[in-house]
Ligand binder design. Structure first.
Ligand SMILES: CCCCCCCCCCCCC[C@@H](O)CC(=O)SCCNC(=O)CCNC(=O)[C@H](O)C(C)(C)COP(=O)(O)OP(=O)(O)OC[C@H]1O[C@@H](n2cnc3c(N)ncnc32)[C@H](O)[C@@H]1OP(=O)(O)O
Length: 242
């Protein structure tokens, strides 16, 4: 019996998993997304192999992956819905930043501007996203089936250390490549005079988006560092396991 006045240490409450309908949906969603990103990787590798002799092998890469990339990156919007509905315990705000930044890159930067499509930045971030997502969605699928292959778990919580900086560099380079064409074409811009009496310049908006990476990216990165510590331990613990 617990002594009066003494605090009994509480054991952490086990988190309830998704219900069976949600679990079935998530398994389907993760399998489809894993397959989709594997398709992006297949097309990416094929493009590189077929153009390896060209000095600008990356410049036609977007054209090759465009359709599959658009479909499967857009489907990631459902992750925000999953988190908001509470069927996965992900942080809604971080997930929204993560997903919106990429969907914006695909639809608001690469889709309208050829210069972004043919930039080195596009091929860098597409490569980083592809590797990350194949590992992430396949890891989630296994986890839902009550299996957590250590190698996948390790990759999920380790590769981000290099893939995040590569992805962010690629994204910022791609946005940077779109600034000049956006300004020249006055794309999606609104000039005065107009009935609303407001002006909007898309290239300035793009510069603003680039600046948002300064406060937001470290939050995502260090969130993953904390997750890594929680799930597979720090550097020493990992070294012992190996
Ligand atoms: C016009 C608007 C523009 C706005 C622009 C704003 C710009 C801001 C800058 C943003 C920079 C982003 C750069 C980025 O795009 C570059 C790259 O991504 S490069 C590639 C490297 N990237 C990564 O490695 C991504 C790493 N991050 C994540 O993976 C996380 O998902 C994160 C988004 C950080 C959210 O983490 P959180 O811990 O909250 O969630 P988890 O994903 O770890 O999941 C938590 C638990 O939920 C379970 N879960 C989640 N999803 C599923 C699912 N689909 N199916 C099943 N289960 C799921 C998961 O298993 C966890 O459960 P448990 O804790 O029990 O293990």
């Amino acid at each position: 019996m617990a002594a009066v006045g003494k605090t009994v240490p509480k054991s952490p409450k086990p988190r309830a998993g998704p219900g069976s309908l949600a679990r079935g949906w998530l398994i389907l969603y993760n399998i489809v997304l894993t397959a989709g990103w594997l398709a992006v990787m297949y097309v990416y590798i094929l493009h590189v192999l077929n153009n390896s002799s060209s000095p600008e092998v990356y410049s036609g890469l977007y054209d090759s992956v465009e359709v599959v990339l658009k479909v499967f990156q857009s489907l990631a919007l459902l992750e925000i819905v999953h988190a908001a509905l509470g069927i996965v315990p992900s942080n809604v705000l971080l997930t929204a930043f993560q997903v919106f930044s990429r969907v914006f890159l695909v639809w608001g930067v690469m889709h309208p501007f050829k210069e972004a499509q043919t930039s080195l930045g596009a091929s860098l971030c597409i490569a980083a996203w592809t590797i990350t997502e194949i590992i992430r969605y396949s890891f989630y699928t296994f986890a839902l089936l009550n299996m957590k292959p250590y190698i996948l778990q390790w990759c999920r919580y380790t590769f981000f250390i290099v893939l995040y900086p590569i992805g962010v560099t690629g994204e910022l380079l791609a946005i940077y490549s779109s600034l000049a064409p956006a300004a020249e074409q006055k794309a999606f811009s609104l000039e005065m005079p107009n009935p609303l009496n407001v002006s909007f310049y898309y290239h300035y908006f793009l510069v603003g988006v680039m600046f948002t990476y300064i406060p937001i990216f470290p939050q995502l990165y260090f969130h993953m560092v904390r997750q890594r510590r929680k799930v597979i331990g720090g550097v020493t613990k990992v070294a012992k396991k190996e």
